[in-house]
Design a protein around this ligand. Structure first.
Ligand SMILES: Nc1ncnc2c1ncn2[C@@H]1O[C@H](COP(=O)(O)OP(=O)(O)OP(=O)(O)O)[C@@H](O)[C@H]1O
Length: 300
């Protein structure tokens, strides 16, 4: 009951939103689509949830073709779109009852599946959805996407606009759902969340750059990375970009991530070069590659 995407492309007139995308999601897998805004994630979700037709290629969800069996698929999948999809004027309880009704079920019938999530928002069940915090809206949207017990769950950027604590809680909830035999495809622009997935596809400009487990992606990173900081971030980046042996230079939180073209690299020589470029308080230390580094390397 997984997902199969075979050579799917989607054009919006001149815009090539998806270009010959292929991948498989195994039954009960938690699979992540990781990529920046505009990469094509939402377009792919819309195709897989039967809201858009691919321009070319085929795809199936839970063994059903997305074009020929679109009605059957709609009963088998749960979809939490990126934009808040609930009725703002309806309360938590009313939204949930509404989604249960349109899928011909009741809250009681499938309460087991949503119980762990619903108990967290139940104290506010009479509050209109429009007056909830980001984290509570997200939990309600997830309950609504699950109320008909879908086999496959699609979550488009579920943690965007949500506070860090709720983001972490959300991934714990997904792990629990996975154990209840649900296949999950989730997209996120946050590279740190990728580590929570079984496998991830890195996607940019409508193309898949690579598919692998998060651990294997990081292990394959070919270079040694250094965290570098100094008194002036802008001048530091400019100076590193002008360094003749630089392989890659990009801001990474409070540091610049730097890799060198040579096998033998001298921290002292680089420090002297930066000091000669009027920089002070220079800190250089080797660090571990992350998914974001892998993405930057593949997207070059
Ligand atoms: N209805 C549309 N008409 C024309 N172009 C579109 C349409 N929908 C999306 N696009 C374009 O297709 C590309 C992929 O968009 P898509 O929304 O699928 O990306 P995304 O990865 O989900 O990004 P975001 O997080 O910004 O939604 C973008 O260049 C976007 O501008």
């Amino acid at each position: 009951m997984g997902i199969s995407v075979n050579g799917v492309s989607k054009n919006y007139k001149a815009v090539k939103a998806l270009q010959d995308i292929s991948f498989q999601v195994k039954p009960n897998e938690l699979f992540g689509l990781i990529g920046p805004d505009g990469a094509g994630k939402t377009t792919l979700f819309r195709i897989l949830t039967t809201l858009l037709k691919p321009s070319t290629g085929t795809a199936s969800v839970a063994g059903l073709d997305v074009v020929n069996h679109f009605k059957d698929i709609r009963n088998q999948v749960g979809y939490m779109p990126g934009k808040f999809s609930l009725y703002q004027d309806l309360t938590i309880a009313e939204n949930l009852a509404f989604f249960a009704t349109i899928f011909g079920t009741t809250i009681e019938e499938n309460y087991d599946l949503i119980k762990d999530i619903y108990v967290q928002i139940e104290p506010f069940k009479n509050r209109p959805a429009g007056k909830l915090s980001g984290g509570m809206k997200q939990k309600l949207a997830l309950c609504c996407a699950l109320i008909h017990k879908p086999k496959v769950l699609f979550l488009d950027e579920p943690t965007t606009g949500v506070d860090p604590v709720s983001r972490t809680e959300f991934w714990v909830m997904l792990k629990r759902l996975q154990k209840k035999n649900i296949t999950i495809l989730v997209s996120t622009p946050y590279m740190d969340e990728a580590a929570m997935c079984d496998r991830i596809a890195l996607i940019q400009d409508g193309k898949i750059l690579q598919i692998n487990t998060p651990e294997a992606l990081v292990a394959q990173y070919p270079k040694t990375i250094f965290n570098i900081s100094a008194n002036n971030m802008y001048l530091l980046i400019k100076s590193l970009q002008a360094y003749p042996y630089q392989h890659s230079v990009y801001p990474f939180g409070e540091f610049v991530h730097y890799s060198d073209t040579r096998d033998t690299f001298s921290i002292e020589a680089l420090k002297t070069y930066l000091e000669n470029n009027q920089l002070s308080h220079i800190y250089i230390e080797e660090t571990q590659a992350t998914i974001e580094d892998s993405f930057m390397a593949l997207a070059r």
